[in-house]
Ligand binder design. Structure first.
Ligand code: SF4
Ligand code: SF4
Ligand code: FES
Length: 526
């Protein structure tokens, strides 16, 4: 491979050396200087249309758009000198000519780049006295609504649909001060990845219908997590308000999802707020299940499992930690997975909404669970059945008759189970911490976004206590302790720990090597 030439320059007095072809804007990021920008996005081809990123390059005759200008040896660049600031102030003034001052009722308020840069370096007042242009809001289809009055015509949305989704649906219609984003005849934003335009829009011009008027940005708590809705394992930020998950947005990870997530995953979060849950540990008392203490419930479960052959019907939504602990108490285990249509995002290599709609199909298989459409097929006469995280919806429950006893470890009572001996309530995906393994064998951490209801406990804690009551090692104080034991006992997970995995994940020792998905716009090429 030819060696990459390195270029040295100075940005705001800070020396930096970057590969040839890097833009000034990206080079500045490396020394902690954020050059204001609107049309530039590292996941899109460069357009250079907004002029917000103008900087002063010494000896150059005029200001340079830093998103579209590559670095040169010995350049001295000023981002915050008077000349650059004055130019950007002018750009902001032009953008605000027709932009309504409706921040108090705009969904983007608090996370709007127009608000931020105007506050940072815009004019204090407007010199514009004429009435502002008005265009009505338009339903763009899918989850997207367009508010043209707020649009700054950066064309990020147009480029996403053209160059990343490969489904040209949007264009710049009209010209001059009448210009706005239009839809091509007969087109709608119904592409399975179209809602990414809402995240890409730097202002409140493209909004999510699902999130509309649900919360102000500053009321949200944000948690680094992984989308649990298919085996791709896109990195996300889970946002909660008053303990309810109200929005999921993509978190950049060049090894998994670049900057994007699909609409199915994004909008499929309501189950995490499910109200009808089992909230108390319960044991059978005659014909009924009676609430009891955790100690008694764990002791009852342990006495049922002790010395018996155990079959586990597990959910592929459970974490590696929970599945690993389940393997310690079972002789055999199976899982089933809901399937749907695969939907790729053509502009990013190996990124798709996957057919298998659960987070940890790969982890379950790596840990020894068998994937089967006949979930209870492996349940032998007289086995103890442990139903873990499975709702058994649509399953032929006549097989349950083969079990000598049923122990439920879950957040809801499974369909058709009328004779559970013990019920141990566990947290759902949004309520606990753990790891999942995606379809390429990448182990990724997720963290707790909301508080679990009632006396519900994290799955790894419940299973650790249960194993303790069965006389096995159980001194787990943290999910990372469970993971450490998993890594020391399973070759595929060898060498991994919560610290090394971090929040971008690491592949299993047995996974095929996959390179990073290079952002589309590192240089000037599209
Ligand atoms: S709708 Fe948003 S992303 Fe699209 S051009 Fe307008 S400001 Fe840019
Ligand atoms: S592709 Fe899969 S993991 Fe990614 S957002 Fe969609 S459902 Fe979630
Ligand atoms: S960000 Fe550089 S011209 Fe728009």
């Amino acid at each position: 491979m030819p060696e990459t030439k390195m270029i040295s320059l100075t940005i705001e007095g800070r020396p930096v050396t970057v590969p040839e072809g890097t833009t000034i804007l990206e080079a500045a990021k490396q020394v902690g200087v954020l050059i204001p920008h609107y049309c530039y996005h590292p996941g899109l081809p460069v357009a250079g249309v907004c002029r917000m990123c103008l900087v002063d390059v010494e000896k150059a005759p005029k200001l340079a758009p830093s998103c579209a200008t590559t670095v040169a040896d010995g350049q001295v660049i000023h981002v915050h000198n008077e000349k650059s600031l004055e130019a950007r102030k002018g750009v902001l003034e032009m953008l605000l000519i027709n932009h309504p001052l409706d921040c108090p009722i705009c969904d983007q308020s608090g996370e709007c780049e127009l608000q931020d840069y105007t506050f940072q370096e815009g004019r204090e007042d407007s010199r514009y006295r004429e009435p502002k242009r008005f265009n009505p809001a338009e339903d763009f289809g899918g989850d997207v609504v367009y508010v043209p009055n707020r649009c700054i015509l950066c064309t990020r949305c147009v480029r996403f649909m053209d160059d990343v989704a490969h489904d040209p649906a949007l264009n710049v219609s009209e010209r001059g001060d009448r210009a706005l984003i239009g839809k091509f005849e007969g087109k709608d934003l119904t592409h399975p990845w179209a809602a990414n335009v809402v995240d890409l829009c730097p202002v409140g011009a493209l909004l999510s219908k699902d999130f509309l008027n649900k919360a102000r940005a500053w009321e949200l708590d944000r948690t680094a997590s992984v989308c649990p809705n298919c085996t791709q394992g896109c990195n996300v930020i889970m946002e909660t308000r008053e303990n309810q998950v109200v929005r999921m947005r993509p978190r950049a990870n060049e090894y998994v999802n670049a900057f994007f997530m699909c609409d199915w995953g994004r909008l499929n979060y309501r189950w995490m707020n499910e109200k009808s849950r089992v909230e108390l540990p319960m044991v059978r008392d005659g014909a009924n299940l009676a609430p009891t203490s955790w100690e008694r419930a764990i002791a009852s479960a342990a006495s049922i499992l002790h010395g018996k052959k155990v079959f586990v019907a597990a959910s592929p939504m459970l974490s590696n930690e929970a599945l690993f602990l389940l393997t310690q108490l079972m002789q055999s285990g199976a899982f089933r997975v809901v399937e749907g249509d695969e939907a790729p995002l053509p502009g990013v290599k190996d990124l798709a909404l996957r057919r298998e709609r659960a987070a940890n199909v790969n982890g379950a298989e790596a840990l020894g669970f068998r994937k089967s459409r006949d979930l209870l097929g492996g349940l032998a006469q007289g086995d103890v059945l442990v139903v873990a995280g499975e709702d058994l919806d649509g399953i032929d429950t006549s097989a349950l008759g083969r079990a000598s006893a049923v122990v439920v470890i879950g957040s809801v009572l499974p369909a058709g189970v009328t004779n559970a001996a013990v019920v141990l309530p566990i947290a759902n995906f949004a309520e606990e911490e753990g790891t999942v393994t995606n379809l390429r064998g990448r182990v990724q951490r997720f963290t707790q976004a909301r508080q679990a209801p009632g006396e519900t406990r994290p799955s790894w804690l419940v299973l650790g206590d249960l194993l303790g009551a069965l006389g096995q090692r159980s001194s787990f104080f943290l999910p990372s302790d469970v993971f450490a034991q998993l890594a020391s006992s399973n070759k595929a997970f060898a060498g991994l720990s919560y610290d090394t995995i971090g929040f971008k994940g690491l592949p299993l020792a047995t996974a095929e090597a996959t390179g990073p998905k290079a952002p589309l716009a590192m240089g000037l090429t599209g």
